[in-house]
Design a protein around this ligand. Structure first.
Ligand SMILES: Nc1ncnc2c1ncn2[C@@H]1O[C@H](COP(=O)(O)OP(=O)(O)OP(=O)(O)O)[C@@H](O)[C@H]1O
Ligand SMILES: [Mg+2]
Length: 492
């Protein structure tokens, strides 16, 4: 009520102010016409002065309104936005010059950013606030290499329709060196990131807990409970978890049904019912309960079902043995989002196990990010070298991330030798695509489609044979750019 009164008073003061200005301006205008001499001149200048003030006020108000529209998600009030605008106008003069080549700074050539589609199964979107103010935002200018005129080529994520970046290239051609070069630039810009390292490419071989690229998060000291119910109902969880297991392990229909049944039974044993949301606060089961319930189902099963369950165990045994999903979730989210972290998946013995750890880790991270304020700047990167080891369907964790990363202030950097594995979902959500040589015509053709019409697939196959020769296409530039990447080992 009191708030309403204050608002009313404010509106009154504003109206009185505007009327006074209009009145002064009108009087001054009339006086300037009819009164000669100094008084007339004074009145004329008063008229122009008041007029100018009104125009400045209206322009500023419009800018603020436009900015507000653009930043609706931020939740700042008009005054804050007005001062942001003033600060950004002022800072234009003192900003460091953009990188020389400025090639990725060219005007946006493509359509406006696609709307991110929040997963409606995630509960409820919070009011955004607390984003980095414009003057504190971190500049990210990633030096990639040089073009044939020795001009530096930069990737500036913020200039792009999307902050995600993909590197493709045949084995041994320089992908990992390029990823490392980009990481060294992230470090210079103090951008936190997490690397999922499938092959110990980012780990020092002396076993130190810190690599050149960040702190190694010991997988023995963390746990993830995929069955948590912090943001999702038990029924949805049952379908999502079984879908992810299916994506990684290619289950049959019968096996998928059995896993769903075992997940449901695991919740029910803990007193959690799909129908009664009051029970969803109860401590959830873990994969140990899932394992026990699968064993129980096998005891009572006919021979066909028994064979199916044996098939499940043959695939999932490493998950149960490794125990990473058998305890309460214990992930240092704050450190992950503030530091440079390397997840050493190389310590896991089986490829599918690496993939499922990565899947559930990313899923948990996504839910955590969903609980934070949104961001309009890239403030954190997820890096996956050897990205072909994951699946990119829309129900996979990385697939979901691709659609939503931007609203979380997250960019994704992928590198792969198998670009056909990426779904259109990946290519539709990219800000930059870099191709090194691709020997396989099928791959070269696929990438030429995405690099733009002027790049023929045979160029990708035949003209990039020397290491670190590449073509990059940004959404902000109409044409792809040919360049020589400056590899990590040649950087200081
Ligand atoms: N420290 C270094 N000094 C000199 N040359 C290096 C160094 N590290 C890598 N290289 C060269 O860079 C090339 C590219 O290596 P990189 O690991 O980036 O390839 P890749 O595309 O990631 O290969 P893969 O598909 O096998 O992962 C190597 O073949 C090697 O010749
Ligand atoms: Mg590599």
């Amino acid at each position: 009520m009191k708030q309403k009164q204050i608002e009313e008073e404010k509106r009154m003061h504003k109206a009185v102010g505007i009327l006074l200005l209009a009145f002064t301006s009108a009087i001054a205008g009339i006086v300037s016409i009819f009164v000669p001499g100094t008084a007339g001149k004074l009145a004329k200048w008063t008229f122009f002065g008041v007029f100018a003030v009104c125009i400045i006020y209206l322009v500023a108000k419009r800018k603020v309104r436009l900015k507000r529209k653009e930043n609706e998600r931020i939740g700042k009030n008009v005054t804050e936005l007005f001062f942001d605008w003033i600060r950004s106008e002022v800072s234009l003069d003192i900003e460091i010059e953009p990188p020389e080549s400025g090639k990725s700074n060219e005007k946006m050539a493509l359509d406006t950013p696609p709307k991110t589609t929040p997963d409606d199964r995630i509960k409820p979107p919070k009011k955004p606030q607390n984003i980095l103010p414009p003057l504190l935002k971190k500049e990210i200018n990633i030096l990639l290499g040089q073009d044939k005129n020795q001009e530096n080529i930069y990737w500036i994520p913020e200039n792009e329709r999307n902050w995600n970046f993909v590197i493709v290239g045949t084995a041994g051609i320089g992908k990992t060196q390029t990823v490392k070069a980009i990481l060294s630039e992230f470090k210079k810009s103090k951008i936190p990131y997490i690397i999922f390292d499938f092959r110990k490419d980012f780990i020092l071989l002396n076993g130190a807990q810190k690599s050149d690229f960040g702190r190694i998060l010991d997988l023995n000291n963390i746990s993830i409970n995929p069955l948590d119910l912090d943001v999702i109902s038990p029924k949805d969880q049952k379908y999502q978890i079984s879908d992810i297991i299916n994506l990684v392990y290619n289950l049959g229909d019968l096996q998928l049904g059995i896993i769903r049944k075992a997940i449901k039974a695991s919740y029910e044993q803990k007193g959690i019912s799909e129908e009664d949301n009051k029970t969803w606060k109860i401590e959830p089961p873990t994969f140990t309960d899932l394992q026990i319930n699968l064993e129980k189902l096998a005891e009572k099963a006919d021979s066909r079902t028994k064979t199916s369950i044996e098939g499940i165990f043959a695939r999932l045994d490493p998950i149960f043995d490794y125990k990473i999903f058998s305890a309460k979730t214990n992930l240092p989210f704050k450190e992950i989002l503030e530091e440079n972290i390397v997840i050493d998946l190389g310590i896991l013995p089986i490829e599918n196990l690496k993939a499922i750890v990565c899947e559930f880790f990313l899923r948990k991270l996504r839910y955590y990010l969903n609980s934070l304020p949104e961001s309009i700047y890239p403030k954190f990167y997820i890096i996956i070298d050897e990205a072909h080891r994951l699946k990119y369907e829309k129900n996979s964790s990385i697939g979901q991330f691709f659609k939503e990363a931007r609203k979380y202030g997250v960019g994704i950097l992928l590198s792969t030798q198998d670009p056909v594995d990426f779904t259109e979902l990946v290519y539709n959500n990219l800000g930059g695509l870099m191709s090194l040589q691709l020997n396989e015509p099928k791959y070269a053709k696929k990438i030429s489609e995405h690099l733009g019409g002027d790049i023929k697939w045979k160029e990708i196959k035949n003209d990039l044979s020397s290491k670190f020769s590449a073509i990059v296409k940004f959404t902000s530039a109409p044409n792809a750019i040919k360049l020589k990447i400056l590899p990590y080992f040649k950087r200081e």
